[in-house]
Design a protein around this ligand. Structure first.
Ligand code: NAD
Length: 376
Protein backbone atom coordinates (compact mmCIF):
# COMPACT_ATOMS: atom_id res chain seq x y z
CA UNK A 1 0.00 0.00 0.00
CA UNK A 2 1.30 3.39 -0.90
CA UNK A 3 -0.09 6.59 0.58
CA UNK A 4 0.62 9.99 -0.96
CA UNK A 5 0.94 12.58 1.79
CA UNK A 6 0.10 16.13 0.68
CA UNK A 7 0.21 18.46 3.72
CA UNK A 8 -0.34 21.72 1.79
CA UNK A 9 -0.50 25.19 3.36
CA UNK A 10 -1.21 26.86 6.69
CA UNK A 11 -2.04 24.38 9.42
CA UNK A 12 -1.75 21.57 6.83
CA UNK A 13 1.77 20.58 7.85
CA UNK A 14 0.96 20.65 11.57
CA UNK A 15 -2.16 18.48 11.39
CA UNK A 16 -0.63 16.09 8.86
CA UNK A 17 2.37 15.40 11.11
CA UNK A 18 -0.05 14.12 13.76
CA UNK A 19 -2.00 11.93 11.34
CA UNK A 20 1.22 10.37 10.04
CA UNK A 21 2.35 9.75 13.62
CA UNK A 22 -0.93 7.96 14.38
CA UNK A 23 -0.72 5.81 11.21
CA UNK A 24 2.82 4.88 12.22
CA UNK A 25 1.75 3.02 15.39
CA UNK A 26 -0.80 0.74 13.73
CA UNK A 27 1.47 -2.17 12.81
CA UNK A 28 0.38 -1.96 9.19
CA UNK A 29 2.75 -2.18 6.25
CA UNK A 30 2.54 0.82 3.98
CA UNK A 31 4.83 3.22 2.26
CA UNK A 32 4.32 6.97 2.45
CA UNK A 33 5.70 9.66 0.18
CA UNK A 34 5.15 13.41 0.59
CA UNK A 35 4.89 16.17 -1.98
CA UNK A 36 4.09 19.86 -2.15
CA UNK A 37 0.60 21.03 -3.04
CA UNK A 38 -1.24 24.37 -2.99
CA UNK A 39 0.45 27.68 -2.29
CA UNK A 40 3.75 26.13 -1.19
CA UNK A 41 3.85 24.21 -4.49
CA UNK A 42 3.15 27.40 -6.41
CA UNK A 43 6.01 29.13 -4.58
CA UNK A 44 8.43 26.28 -5.32
CA UNK A 45 7.31 25.18 -8.80
CA UNK A 46 5.02 27.90 -10.17
CA UNK A 47 1.91 25.66 -10.04
CA UNK A 48 -0.38 24.57 -7.16
CA UNK A 49 -0.50 21.01 -8.53
CA UNK A 50 2.94 20.27 -10.04
CA UNK A 51 3.33 17.28 -12.31
CA UNK A 52 5.42 15.38 -9.74
CA UNK A 53 2.67 15.76 -7.11
CA UNK A 54 -0.03 14.66 -9.54
CA UNK A 55 2.01 11.62 -10.63
CA UNK A 56 2.58 10.64 -7.01
CA UNK A 57 -1.18 10.94 -6.31
CA UNK A 58 -1.97 8.84 -9.39
CA UNK A 59 0.50 6.11 -8.44
CA UNK A 60 -0.62 5.88 -4.80
CA UNK A 61 -3.44 3.70 -3.43
CA UNK A 62 -4.78 6.65 -1.46
CA UNK A 63 -4.04 10.32 -0.94
CA UNK A 64 -4.02 11.99 2.48
CA UNK A 65 -4.43 15.72 2.00
CA UNK A 66 -4.04 18.50 4.58
CA UNK A 67 -5.43 21.85 3.40
CA UNK A 68 -4.50 24.54 0.91
CA UNK A 69 -4.90 28.28 0.60
CA UNK A 70 -3.80 31.58 1.97
CA UNK A 71 -5.12 35.10 1.45
CA UNK A 72 -1.75 36.08 -0.05
CA UNK A 73 -2.56 34.07 -3.19
CA UNK A 74 -5.92 35.79 -3.79
CA UNK A 75 -4.46 38.10 -6.42
CA UNK A 76 -3.16 35.25 -8.60
CA UNK A 77 -4.99 34.27 -11.75
CA UNK A 78 -7.59 31.63 -10.86
CA UNK A 79 -5.68 28.73 -12.44
CA UNK A 80 -2.69 29.33 -10.14
CA UNK A 81 -4.63 29.69 -6.89
CA UNK A 82 -3.94 26.98 -4.29
CA UNK A 83 -7.58 25.74 -4.26
CA UNK A 84 -7.20 24.75 -7.93
CA UNK A 85 -5.03 21.85 -6.73
CA UNK A 86 -8.09 20.17 -5.17
CA UNK A 87 -10.14 20.59 -8.34
CA UNK A 88 -7.22 19.26 -10.40
CA UNK A 89 -6.80 16.21 -8.17
CA UNK A 90 -10.56 15.47 -8.28
CA UNK A 91 -10.53 15.70 -12.06
CA UNK A 92 -7.34 13.72 -12.76
CA UNK A 93 -8.12 11.01 -10.22
CA UNK A 94 -11.75 10.67 -11.36
CA UNK A 95 -13.10 11.38 -7.87
CA UNK A 96 -16.88 11.69 -8.06
CA UNK A 97 -18.28 10.83 -4.63
CA UNK A 98 -17.62 13.10 -1.70
CA UNK A 99 -18.36 11.56 1.71
CA UNK A 100 -18.89 13.98 4.57
CA UNK A 101 -19.89 12.27 7.80
CA UNK A 102 -21.39 14.49 10.48
CA UNK A 103 -20.95 12.75 13.80
CA UNK A 104 -21.68 14.44 17.08
CA UNK A 105 -19.44 12.94 19.73
CA UNK A 106 -21.23 12.48 23.04
CA UNK A 107 -18.46 14.43 24.77
CA UNK A 108 -18.96 17.45 22.48
CA UNK A 109 -22.75 17.78 22.35
CA UNK A 110 -22.58 21.13 24.15
CA UNK A 111 -20.35 22.54 21.37
CA UNK A 112 -23.22 22.35 18.85
CA UNK A 113 -25.37 25.38 18.20
CA UNK A 114 -28.42 23.12 18.54
CA UNK A 115 -29.93 21.80 21.78
CA UNK A 116 -27.97 18.76 23.04
CA UNK A 117 -30.99 16.44 22.74
CA UNK A 118 -31.25 17.23 19.02
CA UNK A 119 -27.65 16.27 18.25
CA UNK A 120 -26.65 13.72 20.92
CA UNK A 121 -25.72 10.54 19.05
CA UNK A 122 -26.05 12.20 15.63
CA UNK A 123 -24.37 10.10 12.93
CA UNK A 124 -25.26 11.04 9.37
CA UNK A 125 -23.39 10.76 6.11
CA UNK A 126 -23.79 13.33 3.36
CA UNK A 127 -22.76 12.06 -0.09
CA UNK A 128 -22.21 14.81 -2.61
CA UNK A 129 -21.81 14.19 -6.33
CA UNK A 130 -18.67 15.99 -7.53
CA UNK A 131 -18.48 15.94 -11.32
CA UNK A 132 -21.77 17.34 -12.65
CA UNK A 133 -24.41 19.97 -11.87
CA UNK A 134 -24.31 23.71 -12.38
CA UNK A 135 -20.59 23.92 -11.54
CA UNK A 136 -19.69 22.16 -14.78
CA UNK A 137 -22.50 23.22 -17.13
CA UNK A 138 -21.89 25.84 -19.76
CA UNK A 139 -21.30 29.25 -18.21
CA UNK A 140 -22.20 32.46 -20.00
CA UNK A 141 -19.96 35.45 -19.69
CA UNK A 142 -16.66 34.00 -18.51
CA UNK A 143 -14.95 34.92 -21.77
CA UNK A 144 -15.95 38.53 -21.39
CA UNK A 145 -14.98 38.73 -17.74
CA UNK A 146 -12.46 41.29 -16.56
CA UNK A 147 -10.69 40.12 -13.37
CA UNK A 148 -13.56 37.69 -12.78
CA UNK A 149 -16.27 40.41 -12.99
CA UNK A 150 -18.61 41.53 -15.79
CA UNK A 151 -18.57 45.31 -16.13
CA UNK A 152 -21.51 46.55 -18.22
CA UNK A 153 -23.00 43.06 -18.81
CA UNK A 154 -26.81 42.65 -18.78
CA UNK A 155 -26.91 38.98 -17.80
CA UNK A 156 -24.88 35.93 -16.89
CA UNK A 157 -25.94 32.31 -16.51
CA UNK A 158 -24.71 28.85 -15.71
CA UNK A 159 -26.47 25.71 -16.90
CA UNK A 160 -27.36 22.80 -14.65
CA UNK A 161 -26.90 19.34 -16.12
CA UNK A 162 -26.60 15.73 -15.04
CA UNK A 163 -26.16 12.63 -17.17
CA UNK A 164 -27.79 9.28 -16.40
CA UNK A 165 -24.43 7.49 -15.72
CA UNK A 166 -23.41 10.24 -13.29
CA UNK A 167 -26.61 9.87 -11.28
CA UNK A 168 -26.58 6.07 -11.44
CA UNK A 169 -23.07 5.72 -10.07
CA UNK A 170 -23.61 8.12 -7.15
CA UNK A 171 -26.93 6.42 -6.34
CA UNK A 172 -25.19 3.01 -6.21
CA UNK A 173 -22.54 4.47 -3.91
CA UNK A 174 -25.22 5.87 -1.58
CA UNK A 175 -27.26 2.66 -1.37
CA UNK A 176 -24.14 0.60 -0.75
CA UNK A 177 -22.93 3.03 1.92
CA UNK A 178 -26.31 2.84 3.68
CA UNK A 179 -26.09 -0.97 3.69
CA UNK A 180 -22.54 -0.93 5.05
CA UNK A 181 -23.42 1.52 7.81
CA UNK A 182 -26.50 -0.46 8.79
CA UNK A 183 -24.62 -3.75 8.94
CA UNK A 184 -21.88 -2.09 11.03
CA UNK A 185 -24.59 -1.17 13.55
CA UNK A 186 -26.12 -4.65 13.47
CA UNK A 187 -29.11 -3.48 11.41
CA UNK A 188 -30.33 -4.11 7.88
CA UNK A 189 -30.31 -1.89 4.83
CA UNK A 190 -30.39 1.56 6.33
CA UNK A 191 -31.99 4.61 4.73
CA UNK A 192 -31.07 6.94 1.87
CA UNK A 193 -32.59 10.40 1.56
CA UNK A 194 -32.17 11.71 -1.97
CA UNK A 195 -32.27 15.51 -1.96
CA UNK A 196 -33.51 17.33 -5.05
CA UNK A 197 -35.53 20.28 -6.29
CA UNK A 198 -37.73 18.25 -8.64
CA UNK A 199 -40.68 20.58 -8.14
CA UNK A 200 -38.85 23.37 -9.98
CA UNK A 201 -35.82 22.01 -11.86
CA UNK A 202 -35.98 19.51 -14.75
CA UNK A 203 -32.47 18.29 -13.94
CA UNK A 204 -33.62 17.22 -10.50
CA UNK A 205 -36.81 15.52 -11.71
CA UNK A 206 -34.44 13.43 -13.87
CA UNK A 207 -32.20 12.90 -10.81
CA UNK A 208 -35.18 11.68 -8.78
CA UNK A 209 -36.34 9.29 -11.54
CA UNK A 210 -32.89 7.73 -11.97
CA UNK A 211 -32.31 7.33 -8.21
CA UNK A 212 -35.72 5.63 -7.96
CA UNK A 213 -34.74 3.21 -10.77
CA UNK A 214 -31.39 2.34 -9.14
CA UNK A 215 -33.21 1.72 -5.86
CA UNK A 216 -34.80 -1.41 -7.38
CA UNK A 217 -31.42 -3.13 -6.90
CA UNK A 218 -31.48 -2.35 -3.17
CA UNK A 219 -34.89 -3.43 -1.81
CA UNK A 220 -33.47 -3.74 1.72
CA UNK A 221 -32.55 -0.01 1.79
CA UNK A 222 -35.31 2.53 2.47
CA UNK A 223 -35.39 5.40 -0.02
CA UNK A 224 -37.04 8.74 0.61
CA UNK A 225 -36.99 11.91 -1.50
CA UNK A 226 -36.76 15.36 0.02
CA UNK A 227 -36.71 18.84 -1.51
CA UNK A 228 -33.54 20.73 -0.75
CA UNK A 229 -35.29 23.58 1.08
CA UNK A 230 -36.98 21.06 3.37
CA UNK A 231 -33.68 19.17 3.83
CA UNK A 232 -31.98 22.39 4.96
CA UNK A 233 -34.81 22.87 7.48
CA UNK A 234 -34.87 19.25 8.70
CA UNK A 235 -31.11 19.33 9.28
CA UNK A 236 -31.60 21.92 12.01
CA UNK A 237 -35.05 20.77 13.16
CA UNK A 238 -34.60 17.01 13.56
CA UNK A 239 -31.27 15.89 12.03
CA UNK A 240 -31.33 12.44 13.63
CA UNK A 241 -34.14 11.35 11.26
CA UNK A 242 -31.47 11.25 8.49
CA UNK A 243 -29.02 8.43 7.79
CA UNK A 244 -27.36 8.70 4.35
CA UNK A 245 -28.16 11.82 2.34
CA UNK A 246 -27.28 11.80 -1.38
CA UNK A 247 -27.45 14.89 -3.52
CA UNK A 248 -25.95 16.88 -6.38
CA UNK A 249 -22.85 19.01 -6.40
CA UNK A 250 -24.28 22.37 -5.38
CA UNK A 251 -26.89 21.21 -2.84
CA UNK A 252 -24.25 18.89 -1.38
CA UNK A 253 -21.76 21.72 -1.08
CA UNK A 254 -24.21 23.73 1.00
CA UNK A 255 -25.87 20.97 3.03
CA UNK A 256 -22.58 19.32 4.00
CA UNK A 257 -21.34 22.58 5.57
CA UNK A 258 -24.64 23.01 7.36
CA UNK A 259 -24.45 19.44 8.69
CA UNK A 260 -20.83 20.00 9.72
CA UNK A 261 -21.76 22.83 12.01
CA UNK A 262 -24.36 20.71 13.81
CA UNK A 263 -21.49 18.83 15.34
CA UNK A 264 -19.86 21.87 16.89
CA UNK A 265 -16.47 22.15 15.28
CA UNK A 266 -15.12 21.93 11.81
CA UNK A 267 -11.86 20.77 13.43
CA UNK A 268 -13.47 17.35 14.05
CA UNK A 269 -14.80 16.51 10.60
CA UNK A 270 -13.12 14.19 8.11
CA UNK A 271 -14.06 13.72 4.47
CA UNK A 272 -13.36 11.39 1.57
CA UNK A 273 -13.63 11.76 -2.20
CA UNK A 274 -13.74 8.42 -3.99
CA UNK A 275 -13.34 7.12 -7.53
CA UNK A 276 -15.17 4.13 -8.99
CA UNK A 277 -12.54 1.70 -7.62
CA UNK A 278 -12.69 3.17 -4.10
CA UNK A 279 -9.35 4.86 -4.46
CA UNK A 280 -9.72 8.14 -2.65
CA UNK A 281 -8.49 11.46 -1.45
CA UNK A 282 -8.98 12.01 2.27
CA UNK A 283 -8.92 15.41 3.91
CA UNK A 284 -10.30 17.35 6.84
CA UNK A 285 -13.43 19.38 5.99
CA UNK A 286 -11.78 22.60 7.12
CA UNK A 287 -9.33 24.83 5.27
CA UNK A 288 -5.77 25.93 5.97
CA UNK A 289 -6.79 28.28 8.82
CA UNK A 290 -4.12 30.93 8.16
CA UNK A 291 -5.23 32.76 11.32
CA UNK A 292 -3.83 30.03 13.58
CA UNK A 293 -1.12 28.53 11.32
CA UNK A 294 2.25 27.99 12.97
CA UNK A 295 0.86 28.41 16.49
CA UNK A 296 0.58 24.71 17.30
CA UNK A 297 -3.08 25.04 18.36
CA UNK A 298 -4.96 23.51 15.39
CA UNK A 299 -7.15 20.50 16.02
CA UNK A 300 -5.57 17.49 14.23
CA UNK A 301 -8.55 15.16 14.86
CA UNK A 302 -10.32 15.83 11.52
CA UNK A 303 -7.15 14.75 9.70
CA UNK A 304 -6.60 11.78 11.99
CA UNK A 305 -10.23 10.73 11.42
CA UNK A 306 -9.72 11.21 7.67
CA UNK A 307 -6.87 8.70 7.86
CA UNK A 308 -9.33 6.29 9.53
CA UNK A 309 -11.74 6.77 6.61
CA UNK A 310 -8.82 6.08 4.25
CA UNK A 311 -8.10 2.78 6.01
CA UNK A 312 -11.77 1.81 5.81
CA UNK A 313 -12.69 2.82 2.26
CA UNK A 314 -9.48 2.57 0.20
CA UNK A 315 -7.06 0.34 2.09
CA UNK A 316 -9.51 -2.28 3.32
CA UNK A 317 -8.43 -2.09 6.96
CA UNK A 318 -11.73 -1.54 8.80
CA UNK A 319 -10.39 -2.81 12.14
CA UNK A 320 -7.55 -0.27 12.07
CA UNK A 321 -10.09 2.44 11.23
CA UNK A 322 -12.24 1.39 14.20
CA UNK A 323 -9.17 1.50 16.45
CA UNK A 324 -8.37 5.07 15.47
CA UNK A 325 -11.97 6.20 15.98
CA UNK A 326 -12.10 4.52 19.40
CA UNK A 327 -8.80 6.16 20.36
CA UNK A 328 -10.21 9.59 19.42
CA UNK A 329 -13.28 8.94 21.59
CA UNK A 330 -11.02 7.84 24.48
CA UNK A 331 -9.01 11.06 24.22
CA UNK A 332 -12.20 13.15 24.26
CA UNK A 333 -13.51 11.15 27.21
CA UNK A 334 -10.25 11.87 29.05
CA UNK A 335 -11.16 15.56 28.71
CA UNK A 336 -8.47 16.72 26.26
CA UNK A 337 -9.52 19.53 23.94
CA UNK A 338 -7.86 21.82 21.42
CA UNK A 339 -9.02 25.45 21.53
CA UNK A 340 -11.81 25.04 18.97
CA UNK A 341 -13.66 22.46 21.10
CA UNK A 342 -12.51 23.60 24.54
CA UNK A 343 -15.04 24.31 27.28
CA UNK A 344 -14.88 25.03 31.00
CA UNK A 345 -13.57 22.06 33.00
CA UNK A 346 -11.75 20.38 30.10
CA UNK A 347 -8.03 20.38 29.45
CA UNK A 348 -6.74 22.63 26.69
CA UNK A 349 -3.98 21.00 24.63
CA UNK A 350 -2.04 21.86 21.48
CA UNK A 351 -1.88 20.07 18.14
CA UNK A 352 1.08 17.87 19.05
CA UNK A 353 -0.26 16.91 22.47
CA UNK A 354 -3.57 15.89 20.91
CA UNK A 355 -1.72 13.66 18.40
CA UNK A 356 0.40 12.19 21.22
CA UNK A 357 -2.74 11.44 23.22
CA UNK A 358 -4.29 9.53 20.29
CA UNK A 359 -1.04 7.58 19.91
CA UNK A 360 -1.06 6.80 23.65
CA UNK A 361 -4.69 5.60 23.46
CA UNK A 362 -3.83 3.37 20.48
CA UNK A 363 -0.83 1.94 22.30
CA UNK A 364 -2.90 1.19 25.41
CA UNK A 365 -0.99 3.77 27.45
CA UNK A 366 -2.48 6.28 29.88
CA UNK A 367 -3.67 9.49 28.23
CA UNK A 368 -1.80 12.23 30.04
CA UNK A 369 -0.58 15.69 29.25
CA UNK A 370 1.59 18.21 31.02
CA UNK A 371 -0.76 21.10 30.22
CA UNK A 372 -2.56 22.52 33.24
CA UNK A 373 -6.36 22.72 33.27
CA UNK A 374 -7.33 26.03 31.72
CA UNK A 375 -9.86 27.93 33.79
CA UNK A 376 -11.02 30.58 31.35
P1 NAD B 1 -10.91 27.58 7.39
O1 NAD B 1 -11.64 26.29 7.49
O2 NAD B 1 -9.47 27.50 7.06
O3 NAD B 1 -11.04 28.38 8.79
C1 NAD B 1 -12.31 28.80 9.31
C2 NAD B 1 -12.17 29.00 10.83
O4 NAD B 1 -12.07 27.72 11.46
C3 NAD B 1 -10.91 29.77 11.24
O5 NAD B 1 -11.19 30.59 12.35
C4 NAD B 1 -9.93 28.69 11.64
O6 NAD B 1 -8.98 29.10 12.60
C5 NAD B 1 -10.87 27.60 12.19
N1 NAD B 1 -10.32 26.27 11.97
C6 NAD B 1 -10.25 25.61 10.78
N2 NAD B 1 -9.67 24.42 10.96
C7 NAD B 1 -9.36 24.32 12.26
C8 NAD B 1 -8.72 23.33 13.06
N3 NAD B 1 -8.28 22.16 12.55
N4 NAD B 1 -8.55 23.56 14.39
C9 NAD B 1 -8.99 24.70 14.94
N5 NAD B 1 -9.61 25.69 14.24
C10 NAD B 1 -9.78 25.50 12.92
O7 NAD B 1 -11.70 28.48 6.35
P2 NAD B 1 -11.34 29.92 5.78
O8 NAD B 1 -10.73 30.75 6.86
O9 NAD B 1 -12.57 30.38 5.11
O10 NAD B 1 -10.26 29.65 4.64
C11 NAD B 1 -8.85 29.74 4.84
C12 NAD B 1 -8.15 29.27 3.58
O11 NAD B 1 -8.43 27.88 3.40
C13 NAD B 1 -8.64 29.96 2.29
O12 NAD B 1 -7.54 30.18 1.47
C14 NAD B 1 -9.60 28.95 1.68
O13 NAD B 1 -9.71 29.07 0.30
C15 NAD B 1 -8.92 27.66 2.07
N6 NAD B 1 -9.79 26.48 2.12
C16 NAD B 1 -9.22 25.31 1.74
C17 NAD B 1 -9.94 24.15 1.83
C18 NAD B 1 -9.25 22.87 1.48
O14 NAD B 1 -8.03 22.82 1.43
N7 NAD B 1 -9.97 21.80 1.21
C19 NAD B 1 -11.27 24.16 2.30
C20 NAD B 1 -11.82 25.37 2.72
C21 NAD B 1 -11.06 26.54 2.63
Amino acid sequence: MKIAILPGDGIGTEIMAEAVKVLGVLDLKFETESALVGGVAYDAHGHPLPEGTLNLAKAADAVLFGAVGDWKYDKLERQFRPEQAILGLRKHLGLFANFRPAICYEQLTHASSLKPELVAGLDILIIRELTGDIYFGQPRGRRTAVDGHFPGAEEAFDTMRYSRPEIERIAHVAFQAARKRASGKGGQGGKVTSVDKANVLETFQFWKDVVTEVHKDYPDVTLEHMYVDNAAMQLVKAPKQLDVVVTGNMFGDILSDEAAMLTGSIGMLPSASLDKHNKGLYEPSHGSAPDIAGKGVANPLATILSSAMMLRYSLNQPEAADRIESAVKAVLSAGLRTGDIWSEGTQRVGTREMGDAVVAALSGKAITTTTKITKS
